[in-house]
Write a protein that binds this ligand. Structure first.
Ligand code: GDG
Length: 468
């Protein structure tokens, strides 16, 4: 079996059960993938240094070797807080209004990708499979090729791929997309993002598409496909049966005192549609005064990317909005919104999910959304809760038995809350069973097996002829 080298922006050292550190969806998914393979995981340590040295910190924990490098301040500002999170993240989530274009971001992004390539190349053996993750590292494959790597290299995009009409607003968009053609395999979360990518390559780069979905552009052949990511089902089920999960479930149930709980768990990010969600809930309270006191909303939203100003703004807005809703509707013995800005360990989250009769997960755009799948997995089979899910999350294509809503419509969100509250138990069970089947069968193990098998099968690059 080939060794697997995973390269992503950040490396979170795999923790034991319920690791509070592994908060991002990517970290959760990759920790699981690497435990099984004799994996090496390379990326940024998250630390800053005065001057880039290329020093690699190697560690072995829980069966995974991690190799990390520190980055300079300027790298972090231009690459991570700049091009990745001020330019690509908003653009790829269809928010061209928030995307910032700045040449220094562009050059910082390129420089860090070169630094990654330069440092990781000596760690890669001839037979290794290389799997690069996400929008931070799009040009990395091309940089590895430029350093002579002939290995099979795959790329997986965890976030949406935007429609061509939006992508062309990115200066040098062709250069960025062309760099992707250095990979042997490119994976997307859903068919929708896959098709948007193919359309772009055909229209803008003059590519041709085979009947089996292979793309040809000039002398390059690239396999492209959708691999929907799932949760680490077995691991999550174990966490959800732990004493910590039971304690958390009881704690929430006791504090709810027979009131129904509507739960939301999201990184504090504008793509997650939190303001729209609060507004939808507010509409529900306005339309249904008879139901006040019967329920409350628990929104858990740990802050992220605090160095990017849009994230500060969303935090201020949500503080204001939750305060206004509580100010307008609270009674001396009832508060309609519990808004919590801290993270919890995974087992506790599982307990909270189980105690909640409704999950309200309404991203405006989301590559997949693992919280929706975790909520389903945590339910009591005899008395499951109802999942209200945005139709713009990748997960909506699999969880078709959720109550699917347009997150921009406060009325639809409000109606869905009412429907969920009134849904008979038989219907809840029927919907839950069908969703649970997909969560169980299309889990992270299947995701990584499918991707790695496709990468193993991807064309082995012909050795270049020796120089004349
Ligand atoms: C990106 C894409 C795609 C959240 N709060 C806490 C916590 N979490 C965990 C959740 C879940 C994960 O973080 C979030 O995953 P999502 O998929 O919902 O969202 P992103 O972070 O935006 O992830 C997304 C994903 O990559 C994977 O490909 O699905 O579309 O945007 O697992 O449970 N975990 C802990 N404490 C918290 O407070 N421990």
């Amino acid at each position: 079996m080939s060794r697997l080298v995973v390269i992503s922006n950040r490396v979170s050292a795999p923790t034991g059960e319920g690791g509070a550190g592994a908060q991002g969806g990517l970290a959760v998914a990759l920790g699981a993938a690497l435990r099984e393979y004799r994996g090496l995981w390379f990326g940024w340590s998250g630390h800053r240094t005065d001057e880039f040295t290329g020093h690699i910190e190697l560690q072995r924990a829980h069966g995974v070797t991690t190799a990390t490098i520190d980055l300079e301040d300027q790298d972090v500002d231009e690459y991570y807080n700049g091009y990745a999170n001020r330019t690509l993240w908003p653009l790829f989530h269809y928010r061209i209004d928030l995307a910032e274009y700045d040449r220094s971001f562009d050059s910082g992004y390129q420089r860090v990708n070169e630094r990654f390539a330069e440092t990781v190349t000596p760690l890669i053996d001839q037979d290794d499979l290389v799997w690069v993750h996400d929008y931070h590292l799009i040009p990395l494959g091309a940089e590895l090729r430029a350093r002579g790597l002939k290995n099979r290299i795959g790329f997986f995009l965890h976030i949406p791929w935007p429609p061509g009409r939006l992508l062309v607003s990115l200066p040098d968009h062709q250069k960025l997309v062309r760099s992707l053609l250095a990979y042997d395999l490119i994976g997307f979360q859903t068919r929708e993002w896959l098709e948007a990518f193919r359309d772009y390559v055909v229209r803008e780069l003059g590519g041709n598409l085979d009947a089996d979905g292979t793309l040809h552009v000039g002398d390059r052949t690239v396999h492209v496909a959708a691999y929907p990511i799932g949760i680490d089902y077995d691991d999550f089920m174990e966490a959800s049966r732990s004493p910590l999960a039971h304690q958390a479930c009881n704690r929430l149930r006791e504090s709810a005192a027979d009131r129904k709980v509507i739960i939301g768990v999201d990184r504090l990010d504008y793509s997650k549609g939190l303001q729209e969600r609060f507004t939808g809930y507010q509409r529900f309270l306005e339309n249904n005064p008879d139901r006040h006191g019967e329920l409350f909303m628990l929104q858990i939203a740990p802050p992220t990317r605090e160095e990017v100003s849009t994230y500060e703004e969303i935090r201020d807005n949500l503080d204001g909005l939750s305060g206004r809703i509580n100010g307008a509707f609270a009674e001396i013995d009832w508060v309609p919104v519990r808004y919590v800005n801290q993270g919890y360990d995974r087992a506790s989250l599982a307990g909270f999910y189980r105690a909640a009769q409704i999950a309200l997960i309404t991203p405006l755009r989301d590559g997949m959304n693992l919280v929706a799948k975790e909520y389903v997995a945590a339910q009591d089979p005899d008395d499951p809760g109802v999942l209200i899910l945005s139709r713009f999350a990748g997960a909506a294509l699999q969880l078709k038995d959720a109550l699917l809503v347009n997150p921009y419509s406060a009325d639809e969100v409000s109606d869905a809350i009412k429907t969920a509250l009134e849904m008979p138990r038989e219907e809840r069970i029927r919907r839950w069973r069908s969703m649970m089947e997909s969560v169980r069968d299309e889990d992270v193990v299947k995701w990584r097996h499918d991707f790695v098998a496709a990468l193993e099968g991807a064309r082995i690059r012909e050795p270049e002829p020796p120089p004349e």
